[in-house]
Design a binder for this molecule. Structure first.
Ligand code: SAM
Length: 217
């Protein structure tokens, strides 16, 4: 199997054809090898139009959703980005390619450790990972705030106020919000006066965001 050809096909048929048009996002999706972020048994399916299991009952998101969420963040290359839910590290790699610095938090240690290896193998050294495996630990990364962009790659029952607090003026937060079986992808912007606006993108289905202001484990 030629992964480069599969990746080009994925970008054309699943991402560009569905309306993602940010050239930087498209180039990053063409560049980052998704197959290294999945378990070996799933490598042949790495460029399929679906989420895949990554162990620990978690998933790597569908490529289109990764591209769409990244496009909604409107990254130009200068941003400090927070990601909640490192998972496989694939979305992290896309963010690291398109921004200045990425802070990514994951609650499951083995996933974070594997993601670190994948990111290092791609020489993406502008990523700081944190393991939030303490049940009571708050969502986010308060010490490194504020962030120009925040992405949450797990479904939340409501918008966590703690993340709004960690968003810089002019910043964007992209987060799936809804029930445990279906969410709406929301883009929340904070203007220079701290006013919040929210818009709905698409329906989606993510594993739950666990913790205070998320779901109980
Ligand atoms: N973006 C990831 C990728 O490309 O592989 C997929 C992430 S997966 C859908 C969601 C991840 O969020 C899981 O790995 C889960 O353990 C993590 N998670 C859930 N609640 C969390 C929290 N409060 N803090 C950090 N990570 C969390």
């Amino acid at each position: 199997m030629n992964f480069d050809i599969s990746r080009k096909k994925m970008v054309q048929e699943q991402i560009v054809a569905r309306g993602v048009s940010d050239r930087r996002v498209i180039d990053a999706m063409l560049k980052i090898p998704r197959h290294i972020f999945v378990q070996e048994a799933f490598a042949m399916q790495a460029y399929s139009d679906s989420p895949l299991p990554i162990g620990e009952k978690q998933t790597i998101s569908q490529p289109y959703i990764v591209a769409l969420m990244t496009e909604l963040l409107a990254l130009t290359g200068t941003e400090k980005v927070l990601e909640i839910g490192t998972g496989s590290g694939y979305q992290t790699a896309i963010l690291a390619t398109l921004s200045d610095r990425v802070y990514s938090a994951e609650r499951i240690r083995p996933l974070a450790l594997r993601a670190r290896k994948c990111l290092d193998s791609l020489k993406l050294f502008n990523v700081q990972l944190r393991i939030n495996d303490n049940e009571g630990s708050p969502i986010g990364w308060e010490e490194a705030a504020p962030f120009d962009a925040i992405i949450v790659t797990a479904g939340a029952p409501q918008i966590p106020g703690i993340l709004i607090d960690q968003l810089a003026p002019g910043g964007r937060l992209v987060i799936p919000v809804g029930s445990d079986s279906e969410q709406q992808l929301l883009k929340i912007t904070k203007d220079e006066n701290g006013e919040i606006e929210s818009s709905v993108s698409v329906a989606c289905r993510f594993v739950p965001l666990i913790g205070k202001q998320g779901w109980q484990n």
